[in-house]
Design a protein around this ligand. Structure first.
Ligand SMILES: [Zn+2]
Length: 81
């Protein structure tokens, strides 16, 4: 009977991610957090990539002494020729 079928749909719906409105962490734009949004919690792929880029950039920004003696970093290319 259709009754049981409806019950199954209800159960499946309960176990899925509930749709809710969130704010994109990147551009602060209102967006929907749901299975339909593959870029959640972001509003778009662009925002997702931007966030990943910033994260990577952050990890690379470790304290170094490169700026102290930039000339030391120069490889002696003259020896190559
Ligand atoms: Zn966004």
């Amino acid at each position: 009977m259709p009754q049981e079928h409806l019950d199954d749909i209800n159960r499946a719906h309960m176990s899925s991610i509930p749709e809710r409105q969130i704010r994109c962490p990147q551009c602060k734009k209102d967006t929907i957090y749901s299975l339909d949004n593959p870029f959640r919690p972001f509003c778009s792929e662009r925002c997702r990539l931007i966030d990943l880029g910033e994260w990577a950039d952050e990890s690379f920004r470790v304290p170094t002494e490169d700026t102290e003696n930039p000339q030391n970093q120069h490889p002696s290319q003259d020896e190559e020729e």
